[in-house]
Design a protein around this ligand. Structure first.
Ligand SMILES: *[C@@H]1O[C@H](CO)[C@@H](O)[C@H](O)[C@H]1NC(C)=O
Ligand SMILES: *[C@@H]1O[C@H](CO)[C@@H](O)[C@H](O)[C@H]1NC(C)=O
Ligand SMILES: *[C@@H]1O[C@H](CO)[C@@H](O)[C@H](O)[C@H]1NC(C)=O
Ligand SMILES: *[C@@H]1O[C@H](CO)[C@@H](O)[C@H](O)[C@H]1NC(C)=O
Length: 508
């Protein structure tokens, strides 16, 4: 090839890459993705509260049942504290720090630890009584019937709990996972707190495993959690997930034995191509694969690694496996609403698996195509870049981030859309919020860092407050994104772009 042809070739390549090279400020996005959690806080807020338009709320939660259940997080744009997705959120925030904390600046590690602790302080309250775990505060039907600020809440703060007679291995197992993962985050920050968390994790797991069942099978709990956070896919995955985190956090062989002995019984081979607040399978396989990859001799774990490989193959366009769906603009798309939860959790698994492979110098095979860490990272980068604005609408799906304010203005979020208590101290009753809900005006308060459910399968986003499937943020969209942004904030220099160019060239 002549020099001229090479130059021309590189120039063409550059043109092809232009849409991907839009510079994103991952560092800024990382900071905002963590800040978001302050807007979701329930309970008494500290003086350092940065989303200053939010005030104290739900400070008497649990008191009528004789227990302090103040604190924790609202899951999304409403004012209910759903324990199942809250625990998953804490697990994923913690996993973000455990895996990518070394990529985070120290101030953001501190902010992330504060966000985790806001969740774990609450989770510790939920397991404070023997043989009972509190799984939710707030009647969702009453709550959803109002458009009301958390600070004004006057709907029933019903307390739901699981016991040996009405077990909930799903929430209990996820709580064990969250406390175990968080114990790893606090090991170097506050050793005593870390011990408290790990002790709580053992206790929650024992309860989950001893008294088996799905929380939403209980007639008293079902109307409070279904159809919002019903346990649709069974509690078995949370038992494996809880055990996997306890193994990672404590190193105890009991949990390794639990995983190898119970894997088949608990359906380790079930729908493995999912990862979210209900179905943990893809996450379990990636997490457990770490140990197999690093110490190949643990053959009892081989099937988890094989499942993780086959999940990754569904995300590699060049492979011949059946693939996950994409929008025409390249965003991973799964039907059912709040699509960004899949995008961020899958991007997280891609990067995590890439690190596990790198650390053990391994690749794997997808029907004849050899896949290594760089292909996985490229797929993750495409997803996060789309989320931040490299998409057909040039729109950032993170509130408060992006050029020219081109981000969602009318998110489905009560506190954000209603005026702050600072500006409007008078109580706004249940139905008095309706004009704000119906208004076509932008929200009054910018919930900085909130990532919404995102565009439909055609890349279209209308910015409509009523369309909660697209315009509602959730804590479990952001939690894995924290780790993803930490990775790219530390690895997006010239080297990363060169890697991208090389890879694109190779595919071509
Ligand atoms: C250790 O943690 C426990 C429970 O959180 C707390 O009661 C105790 O005061 C702590 N001890 C120290 C020395 O910080
Ligand atoms: C890499 O693998 C080794 C074992 O081979 C392990 O000790 C180490 O902690 C791993 N590093 C990371 C960053 O996971
Ligand atoms: C997005 O940005 C590109 C490059 O600046 C521009 O060519 C395109 O028209 C924009 N699309 C929309 C929908 O604004
Ligand atoms: C929105 O306004 C319409 C009337 O314009 C009303 O019928 C409806 O109840 C309102 N919706 C809400 C949630 O307030």
């Amino acid at each position: 090839m002549t020099t001229a042809a090479t130059i021309q070739h590189s120039f063409l390549l550059l043109l092809l890459l232009l849409p991907f090279l839009a510079a994103h400020d991952y560092r800024e996005a990382l900071s905002k993705s963590i800040l978001f959690f302050e807007g979701q806080r329930s309970g008494k807020l500290p003086p350092e509260q940065r989303q200053a338009w939010r005030k104290d709320s739900g400070i008497r939660d649990g008191f009528d049942s004789g227990v302090d259940l103040s604190g924790g997080y609202y899951d999304a744009g409403d004012n209910v504290k759903f324990g199942f997705p809250m625990a998953f959120t804490v697990t994923m925030l913690s996993w973000s720090v455990v895996e990518f904390g070394s990529n985070m600046p120290s101030d953001e590690i501190r902010n992330a630890a504060v966000a985790i602790r806001w969740g774990t302080d609450y989770l510790l309250k939920t397991i404070s009584q023997p043989n009972r775990i509190f799984v939710q505060v707030g009647d969702p039907v009453e709550d959803h019937n109002c458009w009301e600020r958390p600070e004004d809440m006057d709907t029933a703060r019903t307390v739901y709990s699981v016991t040996p007679d009405n077990p909930g291995s799903d929430v209990a197992g996820e709580t064990a996972a969250a406390l175990a993962a968080a114990s790893m985050v606090f090991r170097d920050i506050d050793n005593n707190y870390s011990d408290t968390l790990l002790h709580g994790a053992f206790k929650a797991f024992q309860f989950a495993d001893t008294y088996r069942g799905a929380y939403s099978d209980d007639p008293a709990i079902k109307p409070g959690v279904c159809p919002f956070y019903c346990d649709f896919d069974g509690y078995q995955d949370e038992l494996l997930w809880g055990a996997a985190w306890l193994r990672r956090a404590s190193g105890k062989d009991d949990y390794l034995n639990y995983i190898t002995t119970n894997g088949k019984i608990l359906g380790a081979e079930d729908t493995v191509n999912e990862f979210g607040w209900d179905n943990k399978h893809a996450g379990i396989n990636v997490l457990i694969s770490k140990e197999f990859l690093e110490q190949g001799k643990l053959y009892s774990l081989q099937s988890y690694k094989a499942s993780a490989d086959s999940f990754m193959c569904t995300l590699i366009p060049e492979s011949s496996s059946p693939h996950v769906g994409y929008t025409p603009g390249g965003l991973i798309y799964k039907p059912g609403g709040s699509n960004m939860q899949h995008v961020t959790s899958i991007a997280f698994l891609l990067l995590t698996y890439a690190d596990y492979l790198s650390n053990s110098s391994q690749t794997f095979n997808c029907g004849g195509v050899t896949v290594g860490p760089e292909s996985l990272r490229l797929q993750a980068k495409r997803q996060v870049d789309y989320l931040l604005g490299s998409n057909p609408k040039n729109m950032s799906y993170m509130v408060g981030y992006g050029d020219h304010g081109n981000y969602p203005q009318r998110i489905h979020h009560r506190g954000s859309s209603l005026p702050s208590v600072s500006d409007h101290p008078e109580h706004i009753r249940c139905k008095e919020g309706s004009p704000y809900f119906n208004s076509s005006e932008p929200n009054r308060n910018v919930l900085v860092g909130a990532v919404v459910g995102g565009p439909g399968k055609d890349d279209v986003y209308e910015d409509d407050r009523a369309d909660f499937r697209k315009s509602e943020p959730t804590t479990y969209i952001n939690a894995p994104l924290v780790g993803v942004l930490a990775y790219f904030a530390a690895n997006s220099g010239a080297g990363a772009d060169a890697t991208l160019a090389k890879h694109t060239n190779y595919i071509k």
